[in-house]
Design a protein around this ligand. Structure first.
Ligand SMILES: Cc1cc2nc3c(=O)[nH]c(=O)nc-3n(C[C@H](O)[C@H](O)[C@H](O)COP(=O)(O)OP(=O)(O)OC[C@H]3O[C@@H](n4cnc5c(N)ncnc54)[C@H](O)[C@@H]3O)c2cc1C
Length: 628
């Protein structure tokens, strides 16, 4: 069992079991920290020495009746954090990390409402949540804990959103699963470190039942429009069931949890309708479509293609991959590793092993990646990199690709991106992508697609690639938030018109003219520099609960983001983005940006800042009133 474990996390569990702080002074210690490096660069000998000692410690702990010594003092806890990461953690991160760790078993992200809010007040209140993905379920869990009535409307037949819909072969998460789960509901059952879609869907389903959210969800029901009634201080939400029947729901507040990556996008290629074979989007995968022995085309080389291509390549007769721009990738040899039995065992039996392991995954994804994405105006080679560290990443990543390809300069030229490294979604790779591209039955086409015919795909050289199945791994309408719903706010203001191609929201959550409407995973909240969407979701839902508390504190409460607060935030948002890599001119197309090239989708902020700003709403940023 011990062989399966992260030795740095094991060392800290040993501190808990023994109360012996001198473990932190010993020679066997993590030397540093890096994304996906869970052994802290410790030598095999050092790891073996710790495992041997751990066996004695665990035996004594068992024989002593699992009695824990007094918990570490705050000072010791601080030392433990620094020890685990092999570096001194800046003080401003400590409260966030203590909260993430949750060693005292207290879920600090649960909002306990003002005790003066009576049960009758809560009962008279109703929240409509749109979407039962990770965010909507999270909102449901928190609303339930607070005793606030709510209904979740979900267009699909089941929960999980992203993880319900994306069933293409090879679909898996890119953030280590022991971190990509709710902080208050860690899971010890993951069978892979980066679990595949069925396991993720099952996890969200499990949470939905465990926290009794399920009885609040109306599945197979799509929200078509919502209208704000300012006199009544209510939203009227119109829905349509799978059978076409419409109905309405009334809510004091509406929470949009519709995700950024939920509406598949298929480019409008001429002739697409004439294609005689099968067409699928990666997020609308039909498992009934047989691929074995058939000619398949995958359009796109982004995150979904990166997973689907290596998975189906061995089965199909021919696979033609159409690339508009090559993805940057970084090595993670453990990407497809199975979790050994020791990990769930340790999470269940070794005190706080699981919490420290989560911490180990969280920290390198917590703002550590941002410096390599900041533009250093003094860096002289802006054409190829935005800073010295970004250039070093470019060298490293290029070396990783060149090493795999060997002597094939033509393929290398095709797969090394021509834009700055880290400027678009960077993918983690254990070698399967380039292995797939070098297969005999796989061809990478970099010429643009000009049209689709009944028989296949024609590229700019005029070559027709005949295929039986056409897969679009072309992403989503990420910039069209809340689309295609029609949301009418104060004075009939329509959200899609207010936004146009520039969706904006204060903290990505609230918009002027749309009182009592809150977005989760809203404009400018996607993360390309670290973290996980669950972390961001937990920040947003805590903020949401703080807002709902304000509404509950007054009869028919109305809370609307002030225009000046919104504008100030967006000015800061744009100014921050101006110094970030995602706007670099070498990036010709990116789903992070709108048509005009403005980054609308991503957060530029440090996680620690976003976390601090969303702990509770700043009431000065709202017009708050009461209609009663
Ligand atoms: C293939 C893929 C891989 C990903 N990998 C990662 C990763 O590794 N790490 C990470 O942090 N994030 C990842 N993401 C991002 C992922 O979307 C988030 O992590 C998270 O799942 C978002 O949850 P959500 O609930 O906000 O949105 P979603 O999961 O998109 O859920 C939105 C829900 O709203 C419903 N809905 C939408 N419109 C309506 C309507 N009008 N009426 C009723 N219901 C509606 C949808 O049916 C859906 O169930 C990935 C996304 C994709 C597509």
């Amino acid at each position: 069992m011990l062989d399966d474990l992260s030795v740095p996390a094991l060392l800290l569990s040993m501190v808990h079991m023994t109360g012996d702080e001198t473990i932190l002074d010993g020679p066997d210690r993590p030397l540093g920290n890096y994304l996906n490096e869970v052994q802290g660069f410790m030598s095999p000998e050092s790891q073996a020495a710790v495992r041997a000692r751990a066996l004695d410690v665990i035996r004594s702990f068992r024989d002593g009746g699992h009695q824990l010594p007094p918990p570490p003092t705050p000072a010791t806890l601080r030392r433990m954090m620094d020890f685990l990461l092999g570096q001194e953690i800046p003080e401003e991160y400590v409260p966030l990390l203590v909260e993430e760790l949750e060693l005292d078993g207290v879920d600090l992200r649960e909002v306990v409402l003002d005790p003066t809010i009576g049960a009758d007040v809560k009962e008279a209140f109703h929240v409509v949540v749109i979407g039962a993905g990770m965010s909507g379920l999270l909102a449901g869990i928190r609303l339930g804990q607070a005793g606030i009535p709510y209904t979740i409307v979900e267009k699909n037949a089941g929960a999980g959103g992203t993880w319900w819909e994306n069933r293409y072969p090879g679909c898996r998460v890119d953030v280590g699963n022991h971190f990509y789960c709710y902080s208050f509901a860690p899971d010890d059952h993951w069978t892979e470190f980066f679990a595949q879609q069925p396991e993720l869907q099952a996890y969200f389903d499990h949470c939905m039942h465990r926290y009794d959210v399920v009885s609040h969800v109306r599945f197979g029901t799509e929200v078509m429009r919502a209208r704000w009634d300012d006199e009544e201080a209510r939203w009227t939400v119109e829905t349509r069931g799978a059978d076409g029947a419409t109905s309405t729901l009334v809510g004091n507040a509406v929470v949009s949890a519709v995700g950024q990556l939920n509406r598949p996008k298929i480019p409008d290629f001429p002739g697409l309708d004439s294609f005689a074979g099968t067409v699928m989007h990666s997020a609308r995968w039909d498992p009934e479509v047989a691929l074995a022995g058939r000619r398949v085309a995958v359009v796109g080389t982004g995150a979904s293609a990166f997973q689907v291509v290596p998975t189906i390549a061995p089965d199909v007769e021919r696979l033609t991959v159409f690339q508009r721009s090559a993805p940057w990738m970084f090595p993670n040899p453990h990407y497809h590793d199975a979790v050994g039995p020791g990990v769930p065992w340790a999470i269940r039996h070794l005190p706080f092993y699981g919490r420290w392991y989560r911490f180990l995954l969280f920290w390198p994804a917590c703002d550590g990646g941002l410096p390599a994405m900041r533009v250093d105006p003094d860096w002289p080679h802006q054409d190829r990199a935005v800073s010295e560290i970004n250039d070093a990443a470019r060298e490293f990543f290029t070396g990783w690709m060149a090493e795999q390809i060997g002597d094939d300069p033509e393929l290398l030229a095709k797969v090394v991106p021509d834009y700055v490294c880290l400027g678009k979604r960077t993918l983690q790779d254990n070698g399967t992508w380039l292995t797939a591209l070098t297969r005999e039955n796989v061809e990478l086409v970099t010429e643009p697609i000009t049209k689709i015919t009944s028989a296949g795909v024609v590229d700019a050289t005029g070559t027709e690639h005949e295929v039986d199945v056409l897969v679009f791994a072309t992403g989503f309408h990420a910039n069209r938030y809340l689309w295609p719903m029609e949301i009418a706010g104060r004075n009939g203001m329509v959200l899609s018109e207010q936004w146009g191609d520039e969706p904006t929201a204060n903290l990505g959550i609230t918009m002027p003219n749309f009182p009592n409407l809150f977005c989760l995973y809203g404009p400018g909240t996607n993360l390309a520099h670290g973290g996980s969407m669950i972390f961001h979701g937990e920040c947003q839902v805590r903020y949401l609960m703080g807002c709902l508390e304000q509404l509950l504190l007054r009869p028919n409460g109305v809370m609307e983001c002030r225009q000046d607060a919104h504008d100030t935030y967006i000015e800061r948002f744009d100014a921050e983005h101006a110094g970030m890599i995602w706007s670099h001119p070498s990036i010709r197309n990116s789903w992070y940006r709108n048509e005009a090239g403005r980054v609308t989708v991503l957060s530029p902020w440090r996680l620690v800042d976003y976390w601090a700003w969303t702990r509770q709403p700043n009431l000065a940023e709202f017009d708050i009133s009461s209609r009663g």
